[in-house]
Design a protein around this ligand. Structure first.
Ligand code: CP
Length: 308
């Protein structure tokens, strides 16, 4: 079994079989990560460059760790300390790095479509680690893996994605993946943070009432308010957002059932989620981070296998 694509640019272009293969392979790598010796030789002699043109904590460390666990040779690159700050273009930067015989590129960029552009111009396999407001495919895969692990399946599961849907690549990738795998998806947030035609475009239901949404769902994936991507006022204040849509202990205690709480990070504590919920026993936020390493190992392994 192999993936249908040479690159991982987004979930949109993956098949259901691709997603299942990645999740099954990640299960095997999660088992490897429980062993005393967590390293396997699968990517020996493969060279991977991590190109981060935008800040990251979880995704970058997770990819670097996944590459090391697979015995790949890795180079990490930050735009702020590179010749990009002297005006070098994306294509020149990548071509210079590739001339040093690099096999795979993991890239995060603030411009939507940047990894797709690269994939048309260079021979190496590209993995999208988040592009603008477009997609964050490995986040959606690790979210799906975590839901599967916690609840036993994706088919028929009721998943709510709550908050800043408008600016969220995590929301978009999650919606593509969950719909392909047969889950029901509702997006919830203030009308100003939900794209107008999302039901027609992506086949999800929209709900503006947070209590009703939480009563409906099995799992709530709570998103960060992305103030850095908002160039106009979309709600009156962070305090008011917390009062209307923040996930609080009181709100969870008022429900008739116990739901699973997820967040991709970084968290704005006291805005979209309160600390006692983020750190509480319904939260699987740190399991999501843990699972990210196994999922990224699976993606790297399957793409390297396809390239050989
Ligand atoms: N979830 C996520 O992408 O986090 P980072 O921005 O820290 O990588």
């Amino acid at each position: 079994m192999s993936l249908s694509s040479k690159h991982l640019l987004g979930i949109r272009n993956l098949t259901k079989e691709d997603i299942s293969l990645i999740l099954q392979t990640a299960t095997q790598f999660k088992e490897v990560l429980q062993r005393p010796i967590k390293k396997v030789p699968s990517l020996r002699d493969i060279t991977i460059v991590n190109l981060f043109f935008e800040n990251s904590t979880r995704t970058r460390i997770s990819f670097e760790l996944a590459e090391k666990r697979l015995s790949a040779d890795t180079i990490s690159f930050s735009a702020s300390s590179s010749s990009v700050s002297k005006g070098e273009t994306l294509l020149d930067t990548v071509n210079n790095i590739l001339s040093m015989k690099v096999d795979m590129v993991v890239m995060r960029h603030s411009a939507s479509g940047a990894p797709h552009f690269l994939a048309q111009h260079i021979p190496a396999a590209i993995i999208n680690a988040g592009d603008g407001i477009n997609e964050h495919p490995t986040q959606a895969l690790l979210d799906a893996f975590s839901i599967l692990e916690k609840t036993g399946g994706l088919e028929g599961k009721k998943i709510a994605i709550i908050g800043d849907i408008m600016h969220s690549r995590v929301a978009q990738s999650n919606i593509y993946l969950l719909k392909k795998m047969g889950a029901e998806v509702v997006v919830c947030g203030p009308p100003t943070l939900i794209p107008k035609y999302i039901t027609e475009a992506l086949g999800v239901q929209v709900e503006y009432d947070i209590k009703k949404t939480l009563e409906w769902c099995d799992v709530a994936n709570v998103l960060r308010i992305q103030l850095e991507r908002q160039n106009q006022v979309l709600f009156s204040s962070l305090r008011e957002y917390n009062l209307a849509y923040g996930i609080t202990r009181r709100l969870l205690d008022s429900l008739s059932k116990e739901i699973v709480i997820m967040h991709p990070g970084p968290i704005n504590r006291g805005v979209e989620i309160d600390s006692d919920v983020a750190d509480g026993n319904q939260s699987i936020i740190l399991q999501q981070v843990e699972n990210g390493v196994a999922v990224r190992m699976a993606v790297l392994y399957l793409l390297a296998d396809r390239g050989q």
